[in-house]
Design a protein around this ligand. Structure first.
Ligand SMILES: *[C@@H]1O[C@H](CO)[C@@H](O)[C@H](O)[C@H]1NC(C)=O
Ligand SMILES: *[C@@H]1O[C@H](CO)[C@@H](O)[C@H](O)[C@H]1NC(C)=O
Ligand SMILES: *[C@@H]1O[C@H](CO)[C@@H](O)[C@H](O)[C@H]1NC(C)=O
Ligand SMILES: *[C@@H]1O[C@H](CO)[C@@H](O)[C@H](O)[C@H]1NC(C)=O
Ligand SMILES: *[C@@H]1O[C@H](CO)[C@@H](O)[C@H](O)[C@H]1NC(C)=O
Ligand SMILES: *[C@@H]1O[C@H](CO)[C@@H](O)[C@H](O)[C@H]1NC(C)=O
Ligand SMILES: *[C@@H]1O[C@H](CO)[C@@H](O)[C@H](O)[C@H]1NC(C)=O
Ligand SMILES: *[C@@H]1O[C@H](CO)[C@@H](O)[C@H](O)[C@H]1NC(C)=O
Ligand SMILES: *[C@@H]1O[C@H](CO)[C@@H](O)[C@H](O)[C@H]1NC(C)=O
Ligand SMILES: *[C@@H]1O[C@H](CO)[C@@H](O)[C@H](O)[C@H]1NC(C)=O
Ligand SMILES: *[C@@H]1O[C@H](CO)[C@@H](O)[C@H](O)[C@H]1NC(C)=O
Ligand SMILES: *[C@@H]1O[C@H](CO)[C@@H](O)[C@H](O)[C@H]1NC(C)=O
Length: 700
C-alpha cells in the first residue's frame, strides 16, 4: 500500500510541481504545456510589454499584470485579477486545453479566469502582442479556422492602450471602459470610470461611482466638442467610430518610438502621459477635467458655461435664469428658461458659436442631411430644440437634432462648434442689441459680397498696378469700367466742363500719390493669421471670382477677405472702377474696402465684415421679416437715403450707383444699412446733371 501514491496528495501537489518544474519562459506565448509563476514573465516579441506578477509597495497582495518592458519605472497598465488579489502567496498562470486562462495561488485556489463562457477551441495559445494585447486563440472545434476567444483589450483596467477600443460592441453588448485604481498602490476597482453612453449620439462620461461628473461632448468628426485641446497631430491620431456594429474611441501612435498612455487616474483625472527619455520619467501631456466649466451640467438646462466670465454661467440668448437669485449667488445649476415660449410655427434659429455641443444622449443624428435640410427637419418637428452639423471635417456634413432640453454646454474662445438654437421669433431680434458672440454661421453666410463686387476684387489690386503704368495725363476720357467683353464703356466728360476734368485729374493725382493711404496693402502673413490660413471653417461663401473668408485682424476687427481665383484674371480691368470708388468713399452707409493684398499671383480684397447679410435676406424671408420692426425698417430706409445723398451730392464726386436693390444693401451688427456693389456705378462731374449711361452690363 505504501507504494501507491495518494491521489489526494498528488492533487494538492500538482500545482506546486508545475511551479517548480515549469520551464522559465523567455517567450511571448503560453500554451497548455507551459505556465508562468512568481518571477517568470512573458515578454512581447518586440520587447515592448511584459506580463507577470507584481506586488504593490507595502502590500502583501499579488496581482497578474502587464507593464512596459523598456521603462525602468514599473508602470502597470493592465491587471487581470484586480478585484481578487492573491493574498500571502505567489501565483501561477496556466492555460487550460479547452482554452481558458486560469490564475491560481500556490495552493491551487483559482482567483481569476478568462472564461468567456461560449467558446470551445482546441490547441489554444495565449500570446502577448507588442501592442500590449494578451490574445487567447485556438482552432474553433466546429470550424477549423483560428479564432480569438478572449483578449485583454476587451477587458481594460485603467489604461487605454494605443489601438485599444473604448466603447461598445453592440452585437455582444460588450462595453469596454476604463476604471481607476482604488489608489496609487491598490489596483482594485476605484471610484472613477470613463465610459461611453451609446444612446443617441455616443458620448463619453466620467463617473464617480455611478454619478456623472464630466462629459466629453459628442464627437464632431475631428474631436470631442468638449475637449478642444486634444486634436490629432503628427504624434497621436485620435479616432472615433460609430456604426450599427460598434461605437468606440481609439488612438494611434504614429511614431513607434513614442510611448504614451491614456489613464483614468485614481484621483479622478483623465490623463495622457508621455514617456520622456531624457529625464526617464512620465510627463502629463493632457489632463481633464480642468476647470469649473467641465463640471457636468454646471449651468443647468440652456445655460452656457464660460470660464472667462464671472459668474461663469450665462443663459443662451433668448433665455433668462430660472432662479435669478441663485444665479446672482453664482449657482447656475438651476439653468435658464425661455423668455418667450416656442410657438412651433413661427420660430426661428439663432446660431451660437464656439460651443461644446449639448449632451446628446437623446439626440438623433442623420448623416445624409445637409445643414439646410437639418434646419428644415428641425423646423418641422415641434419638439426640436436645436440642431448642428454632425461632422465638421471636410466642410461639414450630417445633422444632429436635439429634442430634449439642452444641457452641458460651454463656450470656447475659438474651438467648439456652431449650435443653432430654436427661439420664438420675438426673442430673435434681440440679437441686434447683444454682442452674444452667437450669430457666427449666419455671419458666415451673411457676407454680402455680391459676385460683382467680387469681380471688383480682382480689379482692386490690379488697378493700381495698371494705373502706374498708365500715363497720368489721360485727359478728358474717364473710362469706367473699361473693356467689358472688349467693348470699352466710357463716359465722356465734356470738355467744356473744365472743372470736371480738373476734378478728375485731382482724383488721379491723389490716388497715385497717396495710394497707400487710400488702399492699404496687407501682408499675406497678416491675412493668413486673420483667417487661420484660410481655414475651411472661416470660409463664408464662394463667388464667381473666388472664395470669401471671414477673419479677425490682430486689433480685433472682423474682416471679409475675397480671394480672387487665379483663372479669373480677366476681371482685373473691370473692377478698377469700383476699387477706386470704394477705397475713396467714406460714409457710414457705404460698405468699406479696407485694403488689398498682393502676393505673387494671389490677389485679395479685404472688406469690413457685415454680420447681418443683406437686406433681401430679411425682407424676402417669412421668418426673418418678423424681426424687422417698422422703426427698424424706417431707420434702414433713412440710412440708404443718407448713403445715396452722399453719393449723389455730398461726396467729392457725383456717383450714380445704378444697381440699387435690396441684395446690395448690407447690414452690420447694429442693422446699419451699407450700400455695396459699385461694379457698374458711374462717376460724373460734380456739376453734371444729365448724361446718358449705357444699360447695365453684367460681368460674366
Ligand atoms: C524571485 O526573484 C527574487 C529576486 O530575484 C528571488 O529572491 C526569489 O528567490 C525568486 N523567486 C523564485 C520563486 O524564483
Ligand atoms: C497574510 O499574512 C499576514 C502577515 O503574515 C497576516 O496578518 C494575514 O492575516 C494574512 N492574510 C491571509 C488572508 O492569510
Ligand atoms: C470564471 O470566472 C467567472 C467569474 O469571473 C466565474 O463565474 C466562472 O465560474 C469561472 N469559471 C471557471 C471555470 O472557474
Ligand atoms: C465543447 O466541445 C465539447 C466536445 O466537442 C463539448 O462536449 C462541450 O459541450 C463544448 N462546450 C461548449 C461550451 O460548447
Ligand atoms: C468559421 O469561423 C469563421 C470565423 O469565426 C466564420 O466566418 C465562418 O463562417 C465559420 N465557418 C463555418 C462553416 O462555420
Ligand atoms: C494621479 O494624478 C496625480 C496628479 O497628477 C498623481 O500625483 C498621481 O500619481 C496619479 N495617480 C496615478 C495612480 O497615476
Ligand atoms: C520618431 O521620433 C524620434 C524621436 O522621438 C525621431 O528621432 C524619429 O525621427 C521619429 N520617426 C519618425 C518616423 O517620425
Ligand atoms: C533613452 O535614453 C537612454 C539613456 O538615457 C539611451 O540609451 C536610449 O538610446 C534612449 N532611447 C531613445 C529611444 O532615445
Ligand atoms: C435621414 O434623412 C433622409 C432624408 O430626409 C431620410 O430619407 C432618412 O430616412 C433619414 N435617416 C434616418 C436614419 O432618419
Ligand atoms: C420629433 O422628434 C422626436 C425625436 O426624434 C420624435 O420622437 C418625434 O416623433 C418627432 N416628431 C415629429 C412630428 O416628427
Ligand atoms: C433623455 O431621455 C430620458 C428618457 O426620456 C430622460 O430621462 C433624460 O432626462 C433625457 N436626457 C436628457 C439629456 O434630456
Ligand atoms: C433691438 O430690438 C429691440 C426689439 O425689437 C429694440 O427694442 C432695441 O431697441 C433694438 N436695439 C437696437 C440697438 O437696435
Amino acid at each position: 500500500m505504501r507504494t501507491r501514491p495518494c491521489p489526494l496528495l498528488l492533487h494538492f501537489l500538482l500545482p506546486l510541481l508545475i511551479f517548480f518544474i515549469s520551464p522559465s519562459i523567455a517567450a511571448d506565448s503560453l500554451t497548455p504545456a507551459t505556465s508562468i509563476a512568481a518571477n517568470q514573465t512573458l515578454v512581447s516579441a518586440g520587447g515592448a510589454y511584459k506580463l507577470g506578477f507584481f506586488t504593490p509597495p507595502g502590500s502583501s497582495n499579488t496581482f497578474l499584470g502587464m507593464w512596459y518592458n523598456n521603462i525602468p519605472v514599473q508602470t502597470v497598465v493592465w491587471v487581470a485579477n484586480r478585484a481578487n488579489p492573491i493574498v500571502n502567496s505567489t501565483g501561477v498562470l496556466t492555460l487550460d486545453p479547452t482554452g481558458v486562462l486560469f490564475l491560481a495561488d500556490r495552493l491551487g485556489n483559482v482567483v481569476w479566469n478568462s472564461s468567456s463562457g461560449s467558446s470551445n477551441i482546441t490547441n489554444p495559445t495565449a500570446q502577448l502582442l507588442d501592442s500590449g494585447n494578451l490574445v487567447l486563440r485556438g482552432e474553433s472545434s466546429s470550424n477549423a479556422t483560428e479564432e480569438i476567444v478572449w483578449q485583454s483589450f476587451d477587458h481594460p483596467t485603467d489604461t487605454l492602450f494605443a489601438g485599444m477600443k473604448l466603447g461598445y460592441k453592440f452585437k455582444t453588448g460588450l462595453n469596454r471602459y476604463i476604471n481607476s485604481w482604488l489608489n496609487t498602490n491598490d489596483p482594485s476597482p476605484g471610484e472613477y470610470s470613463f465610459k461611453m453612453d451609446p444612446r443617441g449620439v455616443p458620448e463619453f462620461y466620467l463617473y464617480q461611482w455611478s454619478t456623472r461628473i464630466y462629459a466629453s461632448g459628442p464627437w464632431n468628426g475631428e474631436e470631442f466638442t468638449g475637449v478642444p485641446d486634444l486634436k490629432s497631430n503628427d504624434m497621436l491620431k485620435f479616432l472615433f467610430v460609430s456604426n450599427p456594429d460598434e461605437a468606440y474611441y481609439t488612438y494611434e501612435i504614429e511614431n513607434s518610438s513614442i510611448i504614451s498612455r491614456f489613464v483614468m487616474n485614481s484621483s479622478g483625472l483623465l490623463q495622457r502621459y508621455v514617456w520622456i527619455n531624457s529625464t526617464q520619467s512620465w510627463s502629463v501631456f493632457w489632463s481633464d477635467p480642468k476647470d469649473d466649466c467641465d463640471d457636468y451640467r454646471a449651468c443647468g438646462p440652456y445655460g452656457v458655461c464660460n470660464v472667462d466670465d464671472s459668474p461663469i454661467c450665462n443663459c443662451l440668448p433668448g433665455f433668462e435664469p430660472r432662479f435669478p437669485q441663485e444665479w446672482n449667488l453664482r449657482d447656475g445649476s438651476g439653468g435658464c428658461v425661455r423668455k418667450t415660449q416656442l410657438s412651433c410655427a413661427g420660430d426661428g434659429f439663432l446660431p451660437y458659436q464656439n460651443v461644446k455641443l449639448p449632451e446628446s444622449t437623446n439626440a438623433t443624428v442623420n448623416m445624409s442631411l445637409s445643414l439646410e435640410e437639418c434646419k428644415q427637419s428641425c423646423l418641422q418637428n415641434c419638439s426640436c430644440k436645436a440642431y448642428a452639423t454632425a461632422n465638421v471635417s471636410g466642410g461639414g456634413s450630417g445633422c444632429i437634432i436635439w429634442t430634449d432640453d439642452l444641457f452641458d454646454m460651454r463656450q470656447f474662445d475659438q474651438f467648439g462648434q456652431n449650435l443653432y438654437v430654436r427661439l420664438a421669433a420675438a426673442d430673435i431680434p434681440n440679437l441686434n442689441a447683444t454682442s452674444s458672440g452667437g450669430d457666427s454661421n449666419n455671419n458666415k453666410l451673411a457676407i454680402i459680397l455680391p459676385t460683382i463686387s467680387g469681380v471688383l476684387l480682382l480689379g482692386a489690386c490690379g488697378f493700381f498696378i495698371w494705373k502706374k503704368k498708365k500715363a497720368k495725363n489721360q485727359s478728358e476720357i474717364v473710362s469706367f469700367p473699361p473693356n467689358v467683353g472688349n467693348r470699352p464703356i466710357s463716359v465722356r466728360v465734356k470738355n467744356q466742363v473744365g472743372k470736371d476734368s480738373t476734378q478728375d485729374h485731382s482724383l488721379e493725382d491723389e490716388t497715385s500719390t497717396h495710394e497707400d493711404l487710400d488702399l492699404p496693402t496687407f501682408d499675406l502673413g497678416v491675412i493668413l493669421d486673420a483667417t487661420d490660413s484660410f481655414a475651411l471653417a472661416n470660409k463664408i461663401g464662394e463667388g464667381g471670382f473666388g472664395p470669401v473668408y471671414m477673419g479677425k485682424l490682430e486689433d480685433g476687427q472682423d474682416i471679409a477677405v475675397k480671394r480672387l481665383s487665379r483663372r479669373s484674371s480677366q476681371g482685373i480691368d473691370e473692377f478698377k472702377n469700383e476699387v477706386k470708388l470704394i477705397a475713396k468713399l467714406q460714409h457710414r452707409n457705404l460698405v468699406r474696402l479696407l485694403g488689398c493684398c498682393i502676393h505673387g499671383e494671389e490677389r485679395m480684397l479685404i472688406y469690413e465684415f457685415m454680420h447681418n447679410r443683406s437686406l433681401n435676406t430679411f425682407i424676402f424671408d417669412e421668418e426673418k421679416r418678423a424681426q424687422l420692426s417698422w422703426e427698424k425698417r424706417f431707420e434702414i430706409i433713412l440710412g440708404i437715403a443718407r448713403g445715396l445723398l452722399y453719393l449723389h451730392q455730398d461726396s467729392r464726386f457725383r456717383i450714380i450707383h445704378r444697381d440699387l436693390k435690396a441684395s446690395n444693401i448690407l447690414l452690420d451688427r447694429e442693422m446699419t444699412p451699407k450700400i455695396s456693389d459699385f461694379g457698374i456705378a458711374r462717376i460724373f462731374g460734380a456739376d453734371q446733371t444729365d448724361a446718358y449711361t449705357r444699360k447695365r452690363l453684367y460681368v460674366s
